[in-house]
Design a protein around this ligand. Structure first.
Ligand SMILES: NC(=O)c1ccc[n+]([C@@H]2O[C@H](COP(=O)([O-])OP(=O)(O)OC[C@H]3O[C@@H](n4cnc5c(N)ncnc54)[C@H](O)[C@@H]3O)[C@@H](O)[C@H]2O)c1
Length: 251
């Protein structure tokens, strides 16, 4: 108990899957959590089960909504220590079939959403000092950024963009003297509505399902444990990197 005691965290995409598990675990370990999502009904339901949690309807593509989310967080809890840029979606279509609209949608939600999150949060995040420990940003990428999966070229490109963005923002924080660590995580398959949708939509022998077939699926709590570690001071020497959590899929 208490590994992130006293910290205040925003988790995007907090209504479902990995984001909801992150919010539950961070709160159980002492953080005040703000869940945001486009799915307002579900988001409010999840937040109502977490003590003191705040839910805000939020499309991560919208810079104005980001300003509102950060301002509401500071108004409610007085500060911001942790940002988990988790919101995401996937559309299945290989490079020849993928429409430009679908390609852009995935880049907007994941790369632009992550960029806007870092840009909006950084000026208001705890920056550390003699008496305080500083902040942490965790950007949710995927093993899709690290290997070729023909069914999801746009998703893969977006997740690789997140890893590159993470490095750049981490270096910026160090150059500015901010004690804010910025890392990405790259999960393999974990059992969430997104993965269930993939299993329904893709044929069983689809290349993109290698990970599920050969390496099984983790639980959302497995990823939440990694997010908790990166949010906590236990990872104080880790910044600018990505950590793979895929049961050996990319080894
Ligand atoms: N589940 C996996 O196996 C897996 C593996 C690797 C990476 N990921 C990544 O983890 C993150 C969470 O995925 P999940 O598996 O929990 O999926 P999920 O579908 O259960 O949850 C994603 C959440 O993001 C929200 N969202 C989508 N577009 C949004 C937008 N524009 N603004 C705000 N919220 C938006 C959705 O409403 C949903 O609640 C995603 O970034 C996903 O790409 C998941």
């Amino acid at each position: 108990m208490g590994r992130v005691a006293g910290k205040v965290a925003i988790i995007t995409g907090g209504a479902s899957g990995l984001g909801a598990a992150d919010a539950r675990l961070l709160a159980a370990e002492g953080a005040k959590v703000v869940l945001t999502d486009v799915q307002a009904g579900l988001g409010r339901e999840v937040a109502s089960t977490i003590p003191d949690a705040l839910f805000l309807e939020h499309d991560v593509r919208d810079e104005g909504q980001w300003r509102h989310v950060v301002a509401q967080t500071i108004e409610r809890f007085g500060k911001l220590d942790v940002l988990v840029n988790n919101a995401g979606l996937v559309r299945f279509a290989d490079v020849e079939a993928c429409g430009l609209d679908d390609f852009r949608l995935q880049m907007q939600v994941m790369v632009e959403g992550c960029f806007l999150g870092c840009k909006s949060a950084l000026p208001h995040m705890t920056k550390g000092g003699a008496k305080s420990s500083g902040g942490s940003i965790v950007n949710v990428a995927s093993v899709a950024a690290l290997k070729g999966i023909s069914a999801i070229p746009a998703y893969s490109a977006a997740k690789a963009g997140i890893i590159a963005l993470t490095r750049s923002v981490a270096v910026h924080c160090q150059e500015q003297g901010y004690r804010i660590r910025v890392n990405a995580i790259a999960p393999g398959a974990h059992d969430t509505p997104m993965t269930r949708q993939a299993l329904e939509q893709l044929p069983g022998d689809a290349a993109g399902l290698d990970q599920v077939n050969a390496h099984g699926q983790g639980r959302p709590e497995d990823v939440a444990n990694l997010v908790l570690f990166l949010a906590s001071e236990e990872s104080r020497q880790i910044t600018g990197t990505h950590i793979v959590i895929d049961n050996g899929e990319t080894v």
